[in-house]
Write a protein of this length. Structure first.
Length: 307
């Protein structure tokens, strides 16, 4: 079986490094992860500030590391991949995700649910080549979202997430929904060589590489070179709740949302203020942004449950 399908052979001896975010999630994982990493031949380096994982990943690539583990949450994975892209090292380095954050959405999407799963996936050596999203040159591995979910995602404080875990996003969602005014945007997309245009007031704009936002709660196909794009119209609160029930419980399409698969997007803010995005949970703002996909450029160690 080719590597493009999956590599299931015993892993060869690699230069291994682990980038550890000791403050992610409940911040109780660092000692155990250091111990497990040392027993498996990893050199561990720790992040000390926001953005530090980008630098550490670049250094790892420059040092010839070919198996790089990222231990933290989705934001840590985002920064590590930023560093690999900056070092032009995607062809040379395999990424392993060791989940230790609050939500760990990316790790779950590649079939890894625990720290032990992450180390086991790296040891087994099964890799897949996954798509990588790009927003104005910045890579994202999971999603780019704007509107109410982005406001919730970026507003949930580290202290609140440490105290109540994923419930922090629910708490912040209730707070934010009371004040959210909607997005005035124009969206231009290319889908199957056809152009599509949407313009109006949206509750949210959801773009996923490994995330699917409608229907079944499962990852999208991250190996098809397409972005899953959903635009949800601005609705009164009770209508929005009803639509959510229809989608999640009955898996129905609704009249107030539009979903397409696209290879290219351009999003333009129609008001004076830029649009706030969440790239893998990291806050960004754009007046205009071009979003695309680099098909199957990121080599990732996957778990047994990855499909």
């Amino acid at each position: 079986m080719s590597e493009d399908a999956a590599s299931m052979d015993e892993p060869t001896e690699k230069a291994r490094r682990l980038i550890l975010n000791p403050t992610s999630g409940e911040a109780d994982h660092a000692e155990r992860v250091r111990r497990l990493a040392a027993a498996r031949g990893y050199r561990t380096v720790e992040t000390e500030r926001a953005g530090h994982a980008v630098e550490l990943a670049e250094e790892a690539a420059d040092d010839g590391v070919d198996l790089l583990a990222a231990c933290g949450g989705d934001g840590t994975v985002h920064e590590v991949v930023q560093g690999l892209v900056a070092a032009d090292a995607l062809e040379d380095v395999s990424l392993c995700v060791i989940p230790a954050g609050t939500a760990n959405i990316y790790a779950s999407g590649v079939g890894i649910e625990s720290v032990d799963d992450g180390f086991a996936a790296a040891q087994r050596g099964a890799t897949r080549r996954l798509d990588l999203g790009v927003a104005d040159g910045e890579p994202f591995v999971m999603s780019a979202i704007a509107g109410l979910p982005a406001s919730v995602s970026t507003a949930a404080s580290a202290k609140l997430k440490e105290r109540v875990g994923t419930l922090a996003f629910v708490v912040e969602g209730i707070r934010t929904a009371r004040e959210f005014d909607g997005l005035e945007v124009a969206v231009g997309a290319v889908s199957d060589d056809e152009e599509y245009v949407w313009q109006g007031e949206a509750l949210c704009l959801l773009i996923g590489t490994l995330r699917r936002f409608t229907g079944e709660d499962e990852p999208s196909n991250a190996e098809d070179g397409r972005l899953e794009v959903t635009v949800v119209d601005r609705l009164p609160p009770m209508d929005a709740i009803a639509e959510t029930v229809e989608r999640r419980l009955f898996h129905q399409e609704t009249s107030h949302s539009t979903s397409i698969e696209a290879s290219e997007l351009e999003i333009v803010a129609l008001e004076d203020d830029p649009v706030q995005f969440s790239l893998d949970g990291e806050r960004r703002e754009y007046a205009t942004v071009e979003i695309g996909v680099r098909p199957r450029v990121l080599r990732v160690c996957v778990g047994d449950e990855y499909a």
